[in-house]
Design a protein around this ligand. Structure first.
Ligand code: FCB
Length: 407
């Protein structure tokens, strides 16, 4: 391919993303409880795994070391940071808010502002206070009331510092892994309560949207969608093509369609591509280039996802896109190739306004523990020192120049 210089629109946001539980350390919530449970430990022991690698524990110690993280963001020339709040830390007991935690988050957000970094704040990224879980968690309609109380607190205490709001991160991922395959807490399999959870997610999103907008009418509020790109295993087979249509609708559109009027932009998390066949096992991802986690690398899918979202006529921000790549061999091209397709979408008039690489740091990758390395920065598990990987330099150049050079 001849050398190409892809210029991004002025004001395009260049960022990186993390979530509270995955980096903060020292949290007690439904995940930390599950990690310590007998069922979980027995399973890991049977698989011959080292339990410590699967306990979130201190994570990256970012709650204390947030200054180090901000240094990394500055080194990367990032103009924005997507980070999360930990509900269980802010409200350790139902209805009792921890003032020191609020003050601490305020300090983090203020420091970001002082460093001219725009804030994309996630209110819920999969983890829940234990007191909520004891009452049935997201299956209980009361979650609507509880979440409103939490959202009101955040709006009142931190709202003045927020540039973009993400109410829920990938709610459908929790439906899939929490209520269908049981991989994530509450570890239910094909459980019909998932419908209650879906409707509570939708209600919580809408009411939080209103709470934020009542106080800040110009706020930019949305959610992060777990998107997927699909192609037919056999393009000539109409049934395979039908599968693609259905998958696209249920993965990318169904939930969003139910929230019309309740999002100001679209938050895209893009990692997945599947080749679909109408015949079991339905997925036919054959010998493709993959990440350390075995996920197929398919940058063209990003353009497909972005194009699909054009119909909503809202600005789009890519809030997560990244690769588990311990050797850092694939990451530079992974980033550039995805940006190539984001740029293709922009060239076609699709209003893409930002890109957030997942993740700033190596962090706790949920049920997979610490072995997948998504970070632009490696984190020493003992000293918590952050070290830039070569790809961090590549990304820093892109952020600085607002362009991608493909050679
Ligand atoms: C996304 C999650 C994020 C991270 C990446 C790899 O689905 O939102 O927390 O684990 O996957």
């Amino acid at each position: 391919m001849p050398k190409q210089i892809l210029k991004f629109p002025a004001g395009f946001l260049w960022g990186s993303a993390t979530s509270a539980y995955q980096i903060e350390g020292g949290n007690t919530n439904d995940w930390s409880e599950w990690e310590k449970s007998e069922v979980r430990s027995n399973k890991l022991e049977k698989e011959g795994k080292n339990l410590d690698d699967y306990l979130c524990g201190s994570a990256c110690k970012s709650y204390e070391l947030f200054g180090e993280d901000i240094k990394c963001l500055k080194e990367l020339n990032c103009s924005a940071y997507r980070l999360g709040l930990e509900w269980s830390r802010l409200e350790p007991e139902a209805g009792k808010f921890d003032k020191s935690a609020i003050a601490h988050y305020r300090l983090i957000l203020k420091t970001l502002k002082e460093n001219q970094i725009k804030i994309v704040l996630t209110l819920w990224h999969w983890t829940n206070p234990v007191w909520l879980i004891k009452q049935g968690g997201w299956e209980n309609q009361k979650v609507r009331q509880y979440f409103s109380r939490y959202a009101r607190l955040i709006v009142n205490e931190l709202g003045d510092l927020v540039d973009f709001w993400v109410i829920l991160n990938e709610p459908l991922m929790i439906i899939g892994h929490g209520y269908l395959d049981g991989k994530f807490p509450p570890n239910k399999k094909f459980n019909p309560t998932l419908f209650k959870v879906i409707y509570n997610f939708l209600a919580v999103h809408k009411q939080s949207y209103k709470i934020i907008h009542n106080r800040y009418p110009k706020a930019r509020v949305s959610l992060a969608m777990t998107t997927g790109a699909f192609t037919p295993a056999n393009i000539y087979n109409p049934l395979d093509r039908l599968m693609v249509k259905l998958a696209n609708y249920f993965r990318n559109d169904w939930f969003l369609n139910r929230l019309k009027g309740y999002f100001d932009y679209i938050g895209v998390n893009y990692y997945h591509h599947d080749r679909l066949s109408w015949r079991p096992p339905f997925r036919k991802n054959l010998n493709k280039k993959i990440t350390d986690l075995g996920w197929e690398i398919y940058p063209a899918g990003l353009e497909q996802v972005l194009k699909n979202y054009q119909k909503y006529q809202k600005p789009i921000y890519i809030l997560e896109n990244g690769i588990a790549d311990a050797d850092d061999k694939l990451r530079p091209d992974f980033i550039k190739d995805h940006l190539f397709y984001a740029h293709q979408a922009i060239k076609q008039g699709i209003d893409v306004r930002g890109y957030f690489y997942w993740s700033l740091l190596d962090n706790f990758e949920w049920a997979e523990g610490y072995w997948p390395k998504f970070g632009l920065y490696a984190v020493d598990r003992k000293t918590f020192k952050r070290t830039a990987r070569p790809s961090a330099k590549v990304y820093a150049e892109i952020c600085k120049n607002n362009r991608v050079v493909i050679s």
